[in-house]
Design a binder for this molecule. Structure first.
Ligand code: FE2
Length: 512
């Protein structure tokens, strides 16, 4: 039936850029030790770097979007200057069901357009009723990010609850379970939760196709759900990220609206509504009263990712990669022709209730990162992947160090690193030189870790740069046994966090 629908939609057999080149999937899951290291892997990197990304195991039946592939983790285990690599699918309920069937069973964003998209959606409802697909354990792909909270490494996608995963001594990756927090938390769960460095609490949001459209939650030690509150919005929207400060949670209600009924008219599921305001909601952390949210308005814009936010005087300063003209999801099955994003400050004045926005740096970028220890606190630098779109496809050719405290436009881009000709990277994760923030020489005393793909060699490297000097010469390069497809977000877990994955200190696999 899906095949008939996709032929009717004119998508059958069409080339899809998200399935081509290094956007295309790898077919092998490998574990390999004793990788060649050029330079020196600093002691601070002991632990593991893990990055998530989509890797469709089946040929798409209908349309396909970059966001649709099943989550595959790529890990580099590092110890005493040595490195091992492993990649593995997150064993989600969706992945396991579709592996058994040998084909996609659950609808994807890439098919959600027009009448054929609606038919796919209705077909899924029928499959649920007939017991052909099981949706009670979630239908998420766990393909977007990795975080570490409460001794657990979690693979996340914004449509489902987290999956607990673990990197073993030899880099081998395993999926342990779907984390339901004892059944005390509603799905969905954001791919960008914020862990308060002062309390260790996880703050998160989730948005939904169903009323009241979103919720805000706080999870403490032992997976204790301290708060889970519904928040109503004017429309259902795609809300990819949010922010916390010392005292507040800040929600970003951008006008990328979910309009499932408009699919009958041939429109896509997600529509950017340039006539609707962008709204920023400020709520005291832990408040369980949605009427206490103070909403601030600015013209229509969009941001997938927040760099950081903090309180300063009577204002909240929030920095994000903002698409000033919004984004184009007119055809979700092909790369969008969206405008590119720049680091932008959103300033919310708590006295006057006025919001203002200001472009900080004239560099097209995505995937902003900061040190974990400064989440919600004043930060001088954010590290971004400089994005050069080619036919709408994300194409990071280097990194930029953005000085958020710079007083002039000339100084705001503190430094740049190019990955080199024919080399494309992605998000760079900040790894501090020491796990003890008081031992650091400054907030940029650390390293940036990422995967870089070489087009000519069709191979990938794990590359580490010095965040302080921002020298284009890497501190270390590790040649990987297979290419790593372009993906989304990663995480470095240090030696103590790596060890904490094993509650009884039992390691079943030998170390590298
Ligand atoms: Fe993201």
């Amino acid at each position: 039936m899906e095949v008939v629908i996709s032929i009717a939609a004119g998508k059958r057999g069409k080339k899809n850029p998200w399935m081509e080149g290094n956007y295309g999937p790898v077919s092998e899951e490998v574990v390999e030790a004793d990788l060649p290291v050029e330079g020196v892997l600093p002691r601070a990197l002991d632990g593991a770097y893990v990055r998530n990304g989509p890797n469709p195991p089946h040929q798409p039946i209908g349309g396909h979007h970059w966001f649709d592939g099943d989550g595959m983790l790529h890990a580099v285990r590092i110890k005493d200057g040595k490195a091992a690599y492993s990649n593995a699918y997150v064993q989600t309920s969706r992945f396991k069901q579709e592996k058994k069937a040998g084909r996609p069973l659950i609808f994807r964003l890439g098919v959600m357009e027009g009448i054929p998209g609606l038919l796919f959606y209705l077909l899924q409802e029928l499959k649920e009723k007939l017991g052909i697909v099981n949706t009670k354990d979630g239908t998420g792909s766990a393909n977007t990010s990795v975080i570490f909270h409460d001794k657990q490494l979690l693979a996340l996608v914004e449509s489902d609850l987290p999956y607990v995963v673990r990197v073993n001594n030899d880099a081998h990756i395993e999926t342990l379970e779907r984390q339901t927090y004892g059944g005390h938390l509603q799905s969905p769960f954001t791919a960008h939760p914020k862990i308060d460095p002062a309390t260790g609490e996880l703050h998160g949001i989730g948005y939904s196709f169903h009323r009241p459209w979103m919720h805000y939650y706080v999870i403490g030690k032992g997976g204790n759900v301290k708060l889970d509150m519904d928040i109503s919005l004017p429309d259902p929207v795609m809300m990819h990220d949010f922010a916390i400060t010392e005292d507040y949670a800040v929600f970003m209600d951008f006008p990328l609206t979910i309009k499932d009924k408009d699919m009958v008219k041939g429109k896509p599921l997600l529509t950017f509504n340039k006539d609707r305001a962008s709204r920023f909601g400020v709520l005291p952390k832990h408040s369980d009263d949605a009427s206490k949210i103070r909403w601030f308005e600015l013209p229509a814009m969009y941001a997938f990712h927040v760099a950081n936010a903090w309180q300063e005087g009577n204002a909240i300063r929030l920095f994000a990669c903002v698409y000033e003209k919004g984004i184009n999801f007119e055809s979700v099955s092909a790369p969008g022709d969206e405008e590119e994003a720049c680091v932008t400050e959103i300033r919310l004045d708590l006295n006057s209730s006025q919001a203002t926005s200001r472009r900080v740096a004239d560099v097209h970028c995505e995937f902003p990162t900061i040190p974990d220890s400064l989440v919600g606190r004043k930060t001088r630098y954010t590290y971004v992947a400089m994005d050069e779109r080619v036919d709408g496809v994300v194409n990071p050719r280097g990194l930029a160090k953005i000085d958020l405290a710079a007083s002039s436009a000339q100084e705001v881009i503190a430094a740049k690193i190019g990955f080199g000709p024919g080399r494309i990277g992605g998000e760079a994760v900040f790894v501090p030189s020491s796990p003890d923030p008081s031992a650091l020489k400054g907030e940029d005393d650390g390293y940036l870790a990422t995967y870089v793909y070489d087009e000519a060699k069709n191979s990938s490297e794990f590359v580490v740069y010095d965040a302080r000097s921002f020298s284009a010469e890497p501190v270390a390069r590790v040649k990987l046994p297979q290419r790593v497809p372009f993906g989304f977000h990663g995480k470095h877990i240090n030696a103590a966090q790596f060890q904490a994955q094993f509650p009884f200190d039992i390691h079943f696999l030998p170390d590298i």
